[in-house]
Design a protein around this ligand. Structure first.
Ligand code: M6R
Length: 365
């Protein structure tokens, strides 16, 4: 049932505040602002490192998870798309744990990567939406994302729920490893707890601006997304979302890679979507944006209020989200990216929930 939404994708985008709040309640204690010690077979305090494999959007949430596990828990993370991971003959040790992220829990390459890790003696964790899935069944620990059924082929609420779960796991791992203090934990968990309310506000506030912008975007053939730090996987996710439902060619790049190639493409025909919250990378990303502006590139600047005030560069549009803590920024910044892809696809007149050539669950290699 789509309720009063035109598409399942739209419904799933707007469901996120409520669903994330429910998902978070499984992982964090809202009263004490601590990560719950969910009984699992994986002791993140003891493991020597993590391996992560997943496909598509799930891979991109894993990539953001990598930044968090490394930064907060000081755990080295080896991550790859599952179709590569399974055949790389990656040397692994039983002292490591492995996480497989999959909405459906049935993706063939992800399952094959899981079995490779199992054969190498690693403890296996499944970050899945479908608890009865094959990936869940073959794992030692299940970390449900509790997103409820996701019908739209383009993943939206599963992505942000995966992020919420990975954030909680990384904070919990940091506590167990002594790299996150009780005070840090409390502060980060408080931000997570406030996130659903901020998401509701953002969804409500940015809709008209994004819809108008999407009409313009739907006229272009190519779009480049740039970001640094956790905004880099988000740039790739933005590009994936746009291409899969609007069929507009899009690429996501690390902002620092711009001058190593893609800058050659910059002209007035290819808008550049810059994802840059006012974080410790902001100045660097703005200097990349400057390089785009200097070459006549059209910029869509997705930032926060501080970032919007700090940059004087001319843009095609500036989307100023509320200033939020960096731990929740990837989830908040997912919203304009999802809505932009959604409305652009609606303008293009594509089959938003069932894009051509795509299946919701890829159970063959
Ligand atoms: O069910 P899974 O999470 O394992 O699926 C992985 C990908 O096929 C999936 O995320 C795909 O990339 C989405 N259509 C992206 O929106």
């Amino acid at each position: 049932d789509k309720g009063n939404h035109r598409h399942f994708m739209e419904k799933e985008i707007y469901e996120q505040p409520e669903i994330i709040s429910h998902a978070l309640s499984h992982y964090i204690d809202f009263a004490t602002h601590t990560v719950k010690a969910n009984d699992t077979a994986i002791d993140f305090g003891k493991v020597s490192g993590l391996a992560i494999a997943a496909c598509g959007t799930a891979y991109l949430s894993g990539l953001i998870g990598k930044y968090w596990f490394e930064r907060y828990a000081r755990l080295p993370v080896e991550i790859d798309v599952a179709s590569e991971f399974r055949y790389r003959e990656l040397p692994l040790s039983p002292s490591q744990a492995a996480l497989f992220i999959s909405q459906s829990g049935e993706t063939a390459d992800t399952l094959a990567s899981l079995r490779y890790c199992k054969d190498n003696g690693l403890k296996i964790g499944a970050v899945v939406n479908v608890k009865e899935s094959t990936i869940a069944r073959e794992s030692d620990a299940i970390f449900p994302i509790l997103a409820g059924p996701e019908i739209g082929v383009a993943s939206t609420k599963a992505f942000t729920c995966q992020l919420a779960v990975l954030a909680a796991l990384a904070i919990g791992a940091g506590r167990a490893r002594g790299t996150v203090t009780a005070g840090d934990e409390k502060a980060m968990v408080k931000h997570l707890a406030e996130m659903p309310r901020i998401m509701s506000r953002v969804l409500n506030d940015i809709q008209p601006q994004i819809e108008a912008l999407s009409r313009e975007l739907s006229r272009f053939k190519d779009v480049l997304y740039l970001g640094r730090g956790t905004s880099f996987p988000l740039a790739m996710e933005g590009a994936l979302k746009l291409k899969e439902i609007s069929y507009i060619h899009a690429e996501g790049y690390a902002a620092g890679e711009l001058k190593h190639g893609p800058i050659a493409l910059i002209d007035e025909h290819m808008p550049v979507i810059v994802i840059a919250p006012h974080d410790r990378f902001f100045e660097k990303t703005v200097s990349n944006m400057q390089e785009v502006a200097a070459r006549g590139g059209k910029i869509i600047f997705i930032t926060d209020e501080k970032g919007a005030a700090a940059s004087k560069l001319p843009t095609m549009a500036t989307i100023a989200l509320p200033n939020v803590d960096e731990i929740i920024a990837p989830m908040i910044f997912s919203l304009p990216i999802q809505l932009l892809a959604y409305h652009t696809a609606v303008f293009m007149g594509t089959d938003v929930d069932q894009p051509r050539n795509l299946a919701k669950s890829v159970t063959v290699e």
